[in-house]
Design a protein around this ligand. Structure first.
Ligand code: 5GP
Length: 199
């Protein structure tokens, strides 16, 4: 998606260790119009799928998923929580997720009553790196008996294995910008082809 790639080139900051900072439009400040265009693109890509619900993970996935939901008929958005709280009552599904950015393991939690067997779910997240976050969400979907119809990602780092692993497993992963290479010294970013995108 050209608009997202241009924004990454303009405002993304490359850190050592393969980390891209996009706090000015995706992870801290939210560019709602861009989120809206991303949602429209996922809706175009997954137009032949029935999507009953969007599943994401806190915190950066929430804003993107809520705006994207408007392009899917305002389906409910469920987000996996990273901390237990007294507001989580009843039984829950849990999965262990290693955080790429925080370098620690989190137990992610979804209340059982929010995912019903047979529902068709689109998973959305901001980044795809090694695929740990998505594997956790997929495990929760499997445990709940819901069907993963597709995965929408804003930025995939193609030099990490998450995306290719998931595609090999048969998941339809729609990453709107795929970074093949990024150089913290020169600031240069090379994008791969987003096979499912319109431009
Ligand atoms: P994974 O679980 O696929 O290794 O990493 C995905 C998660 O880590 C995303 O939910 C995202 O929050 C975070 N993440 C991974 N790589 C980056 C990055 O380069 N920049 C930012 N801002 N977040 C990242």
């Amino acid at each position: 998606m050209h608009e997202l790639e241009e924004r990454i080139k303009e405002d993304g900051i490359i850190r050592e260790g393969g980390v891209l900072k996009v706090g000015s439009f995706l992870n801290h400040q939210c560019d709602v119009e861009l989120f809206d265009h991303m949602g429209q693109e996922w809706a175009r890509i997954f137009k032949d799928k029935q999507i009953d619900k969007i599943l994401t993970i806190e915190s950066s996935g929430i804003g993107i998923a809520c705006v994207a939901s408007r392009s899917f008929g305002s389906v409910p958005v469920v987000f996996a929580k990273k901390t237990q709280s007294i507001n989580l009552d009843g039984e829950s599904y849990t999965a262990n997720v290693h955080s790429f950015t925080h370098k620690r393991d989190n137990t992610v939690i979804v209340t059982k009553s929010l995912l019903n067997p047979g529902e068709r779910v689109l998973i959305i997240d901001d980044f795809l790196a090694n695929g740990c976050a998505l594997r956790g969400l997929i495990q929760i979907c499997d445990d709940a008996g819901v069907i993963v119809e597709g995965i929408g990602i804003a930025i995939e780092k193609g030099f990490q294995p998450g995306g290719s692993d998931l595609r090999e497993q048969g998941y339809e992963v729609a990453s709107l910008a795929i970074i093949d290479n990024m150089d913290p010294q020169t600031g240069e970013i090379t994008f791969g082809t987003c096979a499912l995108c319109s431009e």
